[in-house]
Design a protein around this ligand. Structure first.
Ligand SMILES: NC(=O)c1ccc[n+]([C@@H]2O[C@H](COP(=O)([O-])OP(=O)(O)OC[C@H]3O[C@@H](n4cnc5c(N)ncnc54)[C@H](O)[C@@H]3O)[C@@H](O)[C@H]2O)c1
Ligand SMILES: *[C@@H]1O[C@H](CO)[C@@H](O)[C@H](O)[C@H]1NC(C)=O
Ligand SMILES: *[C@@H]1O[C@H](CO)[C@@H](O)[C@H](O)[C@H]1NC(C)=O
Length: 319
């Protein structure tokens, strides 16, 4: 009896030691991988990834009738992609498609759709699948930006901001992600904003909606990565944080140093977004410096951060 017990005890001790050794090996491998990828990212900083081709891809852009969305449509078309333009405003959208055709593009299609209306999104998506094919790059770009003091926002307006800037992304993803998952091929691009990096006065619901976009993109990409275990997940996610872009969306910008913090031309914003998508970047700001500025400044003590904000004294005025 006693001898059997001590034998069992020896065995458990051995199992434990073995288990411990395995964890140790895992931890060492983890450390090596972390170092490897730090090395890789330093290398990639100097030698960026080649931009993958978008020729033959079907790109759907929401809010393609104006501003950044229009510039994205023109540029994707010039790169040989089939472009599917969605907008609430049919005139602007037709203008975008006509401009593409004038420049010699043939594969451009306009659809009127209110992306905050789930039923309309479902129906229009069905038409796109029949008439054009399966979307492989989805750019969730449509957005609105009312600026008022918090208590001056009506409940209807707050809901509308979330319906367009956040919930529409869900309806679009529900419509277009399944065929991407089927083929394990696709790319989701979402427009967040500087207002998704830091809180800005007169933009409380807008900021909240743009922070939400980040949560949506990060968690969805993580979920697909986990469920794709075994095969290489080939659906990419890119979240964009633009500084103010000169489209008229931002009615009353307030900038203390306009010479170094000028509004970004929409053509430039579109070029940066497409470059980030083609290089499979997860997150980029436009200009690119802002993401690093966020990371460093937010590690300062809160009171120092407030001093920096007051020095730059920039944002938007209520309108
Ligand atoms: N302009 C900026 O300063 C700036 C900065 C950071 C982020 N962004 C983001 O970039 C995106 C595009 O901004 P923009 O400046 O090009 O805006 P814009 O107002 O110039 O164009 C937006 C387009 O979206 C369309 N749209 C609005 N609601 C819609 C709906 N419910 N369904 C379908 N289409 C709809 C509009 O008709 C318009 O054509 C937005 O998400 C915005 O929040 C803009
Ligand atoms: C689109 O994708 C669906 C599901 O993945 C597939 O059944 C269908 O054949 C595809 N259509 C085209 C035109 O490739
Ligand atoms: C901004 O910086 C903070 C602090 O470093 C970090 O936690 C956060 O993830 C950053 N935001 C983005 C979008 O990178």
């Amino acid at each position: 009896m006693d001898r059997q017990n001590s034998k069992l005890g020896n065995q458990t001790a051995m199992v434990k030691a073995y288990g411990g050794a395995l964890v140790l090996v895992d931890a060492v491998v983890l450390l090596l991988k972390i170092l490897y990828y730090i090395g890789e990212s330093i290398y990639r900083f100097f030698v960026p990834l080649e931009e993958k081709s978008v020729a033959g891809e079907i790109v759907l852009i929401t809010g393609a009738g104006h501003g950044i969305g229009r510039e994205l449509a023109l540029r994707y078309a010039s790169l040989g992609a089939t472009v599917v333009c969605w907008d609430l405003n049919p005139q602007g959208n037709e203008e975008t498609v006509n401009e593409i055709k004038k420049l010699g593009g043939t594969a451009a299609h306009a659809y009127q759709c209110d992306v905050s209306n789930r039923e309309q999104v479902r129906e229009t998506a069905e038409r796109v699948k029949q008439e054009v094919g399966n979307v492989t790059i989805l750019v969730n770009n449509a957005g609105i930006m009312p600026c008022h003091a918090f208590l001056d926002h009506t409940p209807e307006e707050i809901r509308k901001i979330f319906d367009i800037n956040v919930l529409a992304h869900f309806w679009m993803l529900q419509a277009f992600l399944p065929s991407m998952i089927d083929k394990n091929h696709g790319h989701i691009v979402a427009l967040s904003s500087m207002a998704g990096l830091l809180g800005i006065a007169n933009l409380v619901p807008y900021c909240a909606s743009k922070f939400a976009v980040r949560g949506l993109m990060e968690s969805l990409s993580e979920e697909l990565r986990c469920t794709a275990s075994g095969r290489n997940m080939n659906i990419k996610f890119t979240t964009i944080y633009p500084y103010m872009v000169d489209t008229g969306l931002c009615k009353k910008p307030k900038i203390r140093f306009p010479s170094i913090m000028a509004l970004v031309p929409p053509q430039e914003a579109a070029a940066e977004i497409i470059r980030a998508q083609r290089r499979d970047y997860t997150e980029v700001s436009i200009p690119s410096i802002w993401l690093s500025v966020n990371t460093s400044l937010r590690n300062l003590p809160e009171k120092s951060l407030i001093q920096v904000k007051d020095f730059f004294d920039s944002g938007v005025e209520a309108c």
